[in-house]
Design a protein around this ligand. Structure first.
Ligand code: GTP
Ligand code: MG
Length: 457
């Protein structure tokens, strides 16, 4: 190969190796290992510049230290089918052992079918408060009259083909719509102010020796979460159009000092798919029953996206919380270590984990993984990320340097017509060479096979 051509082949090889190194090095972004400093009274202090993780822990732990008792008007709530009995039993056991055995809150179970005796017998024996069982009125779990059911069926078939998770399911859509706009209107929930949603199969890894409902009440929080993440865009293609319609129709409902920057990167033009994972929620039922939320839900429900797409209750609740509430009214529970398949939140701070007798592995923490929206939540609140999260390791920096060099090489080749022509010739040459190698290999393989057959005979 002439020397000039060789030069450009080297550029291309460097580019490929460099890109590989770049992507490998980006994976080396370190996880935070910060631990809060204990105060002399054994509880946790925070100072300016500490992460929200620590601030949140400290706020809750200070609350825990000063509120050993107390009670809010609240209930645990679960939507479930009869066949979920064993998975919900596991979840109840965990919530009871880690929290409710000291507080004895009631537990409301809701179902679109009547609960059977087994479900009632098993679950009521596990709940330390009163277990209440409610059937969902059919008008809350059926098609509204403005929905074209043939179109909805076609969409389900299309989503089945596209293998969109739960895209084929009719009942999943009723469930999402119910959780978005109806559960808080069920007669059994009317008397309560706060709810904690619990799903079958979840796990809790740390003690909750304080009352999260009372914390919500005393600090004027309306919605809280443990894990946040990106939604699958194929399920909510027109959701933000509906949200924009709502914002245009009801500017009076949009809170000042809201958390818009959590759900939109361009001040409301588009949705960035971030949402709070709603299989865990502690929130205010009064807020969900408010005119603001009801107008929001009704605008979206009229769009038909629960059936013509597959809108989930998580983005519906999250966008509402981000637009209708002040950002201080939304709370992130760092102290509640939680698992719902397939993600875990486990506090990074060892001191906190010891204090709360946690059994989770912090290396499995989802908070700073690529799909998590917690970094965006921090930024939206103007809170510095824990050390290590926003920084890059030396390997990552090396990756960026390599990427810069690659781009420079590619640019040099692209703007010089002679270099471009030679790069093209080199690539072709390499291709032909590899083809020759391949043919030679095939020929040798055939020869070897013939030899083997001769030996056999
Ligand atoms: N009564 C009733 N409850 C349902 C139905 N579908 C789902 N649920 C409940 O609604 C909640 C959410 O459903 P899941 O199937 O857990 O949905 P998900 O969390 O998005 O998906 P998973 O990854 O499967 O957990 C759970 O508490 C279920 O028990 C249904 O058709 N009827
Ligand atoms: Mg679930």
């Amino acid at each position: 190969m002439p020397p000039a051509q060789g030069k450009y082949v080297r550029y291309l090889i460097i580019a490929v190796v460099g890109l590989t190194l770049f992507f490998l090095s980006r994976r080396s972004i370190p996880l935070p290992t910060s631990t809060p400093r204990p105060l002399s009274d054994g509880h946790l202090a925070h100072s300016p510049g500490q992460s929200q993780n620590e601030q949140s822990s400290n706020e809750v732990m200070r609350f825990a230290a000063t509120h050993s008792g107390g009670r809010a008007n609240a209930t645990l709530v679960t939507l479930a089918r009869n066949r979920d009995v064993w998975e919900i039993s596991q979840a109840i056991r965990q919530v009871e052992d880690r929290f409710n055995r000291k507080f004895h809150y009631n537990w409301v179970f809701l179902n679109d079918q009547p609960f059977d005796d087994t479900f009632k017998r098993i679950t009521s024996s596990l709940v330390s408060g009163t277990a209440l069982y409610g059937e969902i009125p059919p008008e809350h779990w059926s098609y509204p009259d403005w929905i074209d059911q043939d179109r909805a069926r076609e969409v389900r078939e299309e989503m089945r083909e596209k293998k969109i998770i739960y895209g084929h399911s009719e009942s999943y859509r009723h469930m999402c719509r119910y959780e978005s706009g109806f559960f808080f209107r069920h007669p059994l929930l009317q008397e309560y102010e706060y709810y904690w949603r619990v799903e079958p199969g979840i796990e809790l890894f740390c003690d909750i020796p304080y009352d999260p409902f009372l914390f919500m009440k005393e600090t004027n929080k309306k919605y809280s979460f443990v894990i946040s993440m990106l939604e699958y865009p194929g399920t909510i293609e027109t959701l933000w159009d509906g949200v924009k319609e709502f914002m245009d129709d009801h500017p009076e409902h949009i809170a000042e000092g809201n958390l818009m920057t959590f759900v939109s990167n361009d001040n409301g033009k588009t949705y960035n798919n971030c949402h709070f994972w709603s299989n865990f929620e502690i929130g205010s039922l009064d807020w969900l029953r408010s005119k603001e939320y009801m107008d929001y839900f009704e605008t979206l429900d009229r769009q038909g996206g629960f059936f013509y797409e597959r809108w989930g209750d998580a983005p519906i609740h999250s966008i509402a919380a981000s637009l209708l509430l002040q950002k201080e009214q939304i709370h992130f529970w760092n102290e509640i270590a939680y698992y719902h398949m397939p993600f875990t939140h486990c506090p990074a701070e060892e001191q906190l984990r010891k204090e709360l007798r946690c059994s989770c592995d912090p290396s499995g923490n989802f908070d700073w993984k690529p799909l998590s929206c917690l970094p965006r939540y921090y930024r939206a609140n103007g809170i510095p990320l824990p050390s290590g999260v926003d920084g890059y390791s030396w390997l990552a920096i090396f990756g960026f340097v390599i990427l810069g060099a690659i781009l420079a090489c590619l640019l040099a080749v692209a703007i010089n017509p002679r270099a471009r022509a030679q790069a093209f010739i080199s690539v072709r040459h390499l291709y032909l060479q590899s083809q020759t190698f391949w043919e030679r290999y095939q020929e040798e393989k055939r020869e070897w096979e013939r030899e083997r057959l001769r030996m056999k005979r």
